[in-house]
Design a binder for this molecule. Structure first.
Ligand code: KIV
Ligand code: ZN
Length: 514
């Protein structure tokens, strides 16, 4: 019998972006959106257009470019937010507008200062405004997990009557337990007379580490959309993680009566992309996407897996996109081989210009690194996209670093500021510190360094290092990225990328901070 569809709604670029320091530029959102489309995510929540002009432009840019996934924007239940959101998503091939208002006693009384009847009226009005832009309307009663069940039934019935086609039940503060949350979905579906006119969705936060368990319990009771994020990113302890939801449903098809349409082999590339852009590392023991998720340490386990993989593995590493580190390309590979390998790993560059520039970058890397693996290709494309589309006020031209035991390390750099070359140099406690100090001596950003992290992209000492630098200035936090076989160069690139991001960005508001 054909399985029902479980809709995967990714909110990495909206709720995920509400993680401290995880805000994303338009170009970064476009990169993530393309990867989500490649992974066949059904709905992409691209942001909160009323937050700032920058957010509006990002959502609109994603809406213009993505063709296969539905593009959704979030709006508080007021006319200004809804219209701004409608204007941003209406250009999409499949636009969705998601509006929400809080329904728990504590939120209505202390945050909104509204009576329940006013809240219902406001929700209905918001849905009617939304329907001027699209027929695909999602409504969320915020903090449903702590709302009164009778009131939830009342507001949801009215929301469906007003035109909501998806009803999303959020456990906003991650308070519920799986049995309770599954029961809540069951009760709402049974008690609301027009419940069959909408798709039931859930949005669980992970404050008690139960976001995935709660979402799956809801699916068992008829939810057919799950809202989730790559790597479980999101407000506070995060949201349900997409990779865990998808793989739990797929691995336990003996239990679930539905399945997703996700191409799971794109999960690990998506995880790496989001981790690099946001600067949020993935813990090694994280399910599915952690570096150790498929590593077998004990002798007994290794022996078992060698004899028969399924003795200790319930899914294969390849099925979720871990490559076998096989040699893909080398110094002698031509442009066609390069292009077709990119295509095989799901990357189709938009223009010949981008392809040529990426191929040159590949040749430069192949001069330094004998074996170019898929991960190297992904990092190389990210670098080229940063180069081509992001603000390039500062650009690294060259770097010399010196370290010697007993001597103070130093770094000398040549950087271009709006195309004009400038030199800088400094000593430091190590070559990276020296490079950052040298850059600051001419950039004078006044920013504080919140995070510096280095990861190797592949294994081996000839691997490229991927560096993330997080800078904070006057309440704004940005992440810069850089990759190179020389980690001092990768670090300088990451610092420069962060400086470029600090150059421009308007202030924004958080949708749930009203
Ligand atoms: O957590 C939450 O309640 C939300 C809503 C806006 C869906 O993010
Ligand atoms: Zn949320």
């Amino acid at each position: 019998m054909a399985k029902e569809k479980l809709i995967i709604f990714d909110t990495t670029m909206r709720d995920g972006e509400q993680s401290p320091g995880a805000s994303m530029s338009k170009e970064e959102k476009l990169r993530i959106a393309r990867q989500l489309e490649r992974m066949r995510v059904d709905v992409i929540e691209a942001g909160f257009p009323a937050a700032s002009d920058g957010d509006f432009e990002s959502v609109q840019a994603v809406a213009r470019i993505i063709k296969d996934s539905t593009i959704c924007g979030l709006a508080r239940a007021n006319e200004k937010d809804v219209r701004r959101c409608g204007d941003a998503v209406r250009v999409a091939a499949r636009p969705r507008l998601h509006t929400f208002i809080a329904t728990s006693p504590i939120h209505m009384e202390k945050k909104l200062r509204m009576e329940p009847t006013q809240v219902v009226d406001q929700a209905v009005r918001a849905i009617r405004w939304a329907s001027e832009y699209t027929n695909d309307i999602e409504f969320s009663p915020e903090d449903a997990g702590r709302s009164d069940i009778d009131f939830l039934c009342r507001i949801i019935e009215q929301a469906i009557k007003a035109g909501a086609t998806t009803i999303n039940v959020p456990d906003t503060v991650g308070y519920t337990l799986p049995e309770q949350f599954g029961g809540l979905i069951k009760t709402l579906r049974e008690r609301i007379p027009n419940s069959d006119k909408a798709v039931w969705s859930v949005h669980c936060h992970n404050d008690l580490g139960l976001a995935v368990a709660n979402s799956l319990a809801a699916v068992m009771h008829g939810a057919r959309q799950v809202e989730c994020t790559i790597n479980g990113l999101g407000e506070r302890a995060g949201n349900a993680s997409l990779e865990e939801i998808v793989m739990a449903v797929r691995t336990r098809q003996d239990i679930f009566t539905c399945d997703t349409g996700i191409d799971a082999t794109q999960i690990v590339p998506a995880s790496k992309l989001v981790s690099g852009i946001t600067g949020y590392p993935v813990q090694p023991n994280k399910a599915v996407v952690g570096a150790n998720a498929f590593a077998h340490e004990s002798g007994i386990h290794q022996d078992g897996v060698l004899k028969h993989r399924e003795t200790y593995e319930i899914m294969s590493a390849e099925s979720v996109g871990w490559t076998t580190n096989r040699l893909t390309l080398g110094k002698l590979s031509g442009r066609n081989a390069f292009k077709s390998r990119l295509h095989e790993i799901g990357i189709d560059l938009e223009s010949e210009e981008l392809l040529n520039a990426a191929f040159k970058r590949f040749k430069d890397l192949a001069d330094k690194k004998r074996e170019i693996l898929d991960e190297d290709l992904q990092a190389l494309i990210t670098e080229e996209e940063i180069e081509q589309v992001e603000n390039q006020h500062w650009r690294l031209v060259s770097l010399t670093a010196h370290s010697e035991t007993g001597e103070m390390p130093y770094a000398k750099l040549v950087v271009a500021e709006d195309g004009k070359e400038r030199k800088c140099e400094s000593q430091g406690s190590g070559p990276v510190d020296a490079a950052f100090k040298a850059l600051e001596s001419i950039a004078h950003s006044g920013a504080s360094l919140l995070l510096y992290s280095v990861n190797n992209i592949t294994s081996g000492t000839d691997s490229q290092g991927e560096v993330t630098v997080r800078l904070s200035k006057e309440g704004r936090i940005v992440n810069g990225q850089g990759a190179d076989t020389d980690i001092v160069v990768a670090s300088a690139k990451a610092y420069i990328n962060a400086l470029n991001k600090l150059q421009s960005k308007p202030q924004r508001v958080n949708p749930q901070g009203m």
